[in-house]
Design a binder for this molecule. Sequence first.
Ligand code: SAM
Length: 343
Amino acid sequence: VSESAAKLPSKILDLMDGFKASKALFVASKLKMFDYLKNKGPLKAVDVANEVGTSVCGTERLLDACVALGLLEKTSQGYSNTDSANIYLTSDGEYSLHGYIIHSNDHLWPLFTNLESAVREGSRQNHRAFGRKAEDLFKDYYHSQEVKQRFMAAMHSIAHLTARDLATAFDLSQFKSTCDLGGCTGALAHELIQIYPNMKVTVFDLPEVIANISYFQPSEQCTAPVTFVSGDFFKDNLPEADLYILSRVLHDWPDEKIHILLSKISAVCKPGSALLVAEIVLDEQKTHPPRAVLQSLSMTEGKQRSGSEYKQLLEKYGFTNTQFKITGTLLDAVLCFKKNLSP
Ligand code: SAM
């Protein structure tokens, strides 16, 4: 490394280019290039262009960019997927992130394009990004079948990827029945049944979501079925369970809504029942990990919290003995127990 290269602010330079790399990944995914290469690779740029229906010169530049980013390999026979592209980037990969990548491109990118206004105004920028003021986060996602399907696919891809780590973060074998509130497609629920075959697992989510779950169910049902119940967790009765789960739910809502939800859960929990919260837990300075801090910039009415903030919040609703499993990956786990009533 030359002396002048050593002085370059490489972190800053990489950040300056970060958006180009993200967009290259998003566009290659949206055009399903990783799918074509998985099924037919290695392929020359002209063959990919013919399959996808894009220009040869544009396709070649995008494929080369994907090679530079370590997503594809290039040999004299053409371009092919890396192993991780096969697993994570194809739409049918074992741990496909395709759904989340499309959500990032179609939903998060327009919101982040308006980040300056979001910071000036301190609010979500739906009106600027999509020409419509969002009444509430989920009404916004579920207003059309297409957007709903895209959002559910995004949630499913992350939930499927993190399900095993979450289900095994603590030994949950003492719980006979579990209710995953806002459990969406049931990705975590299916994993829980695999690991705890005697557990009865219910997913509770909005009717619009429950009506759309069949596409996401495992093709081979080799475990007991998951029960899906539709309802609104702010208004309706919650199913009975020994263990409630809130995975990636609390960070979306303002304090008044969290008060309603945690009061309801606390009221139905018997002493000894438990609540498992899955979120990215911030460090006490609230600047780490970056993934959570960056997610905050989408400016929902909710917020990310530190470990001590979660502990305090849960205690306020009668949950004690709070235990943390900081995974350092996509989601951390927090388990707490409903306090015994004082004699
Ligand atoms: N738990 C899933 C996961 O970790 O992938 C999904 C998380 S997603 C951010 C939030 C979920 O809460 C969505 O499935 C949404 O439909 C559900 N939800 C939002 N408002 C709800 C309500 N009022 N009642 C029930 N479920 C709700």
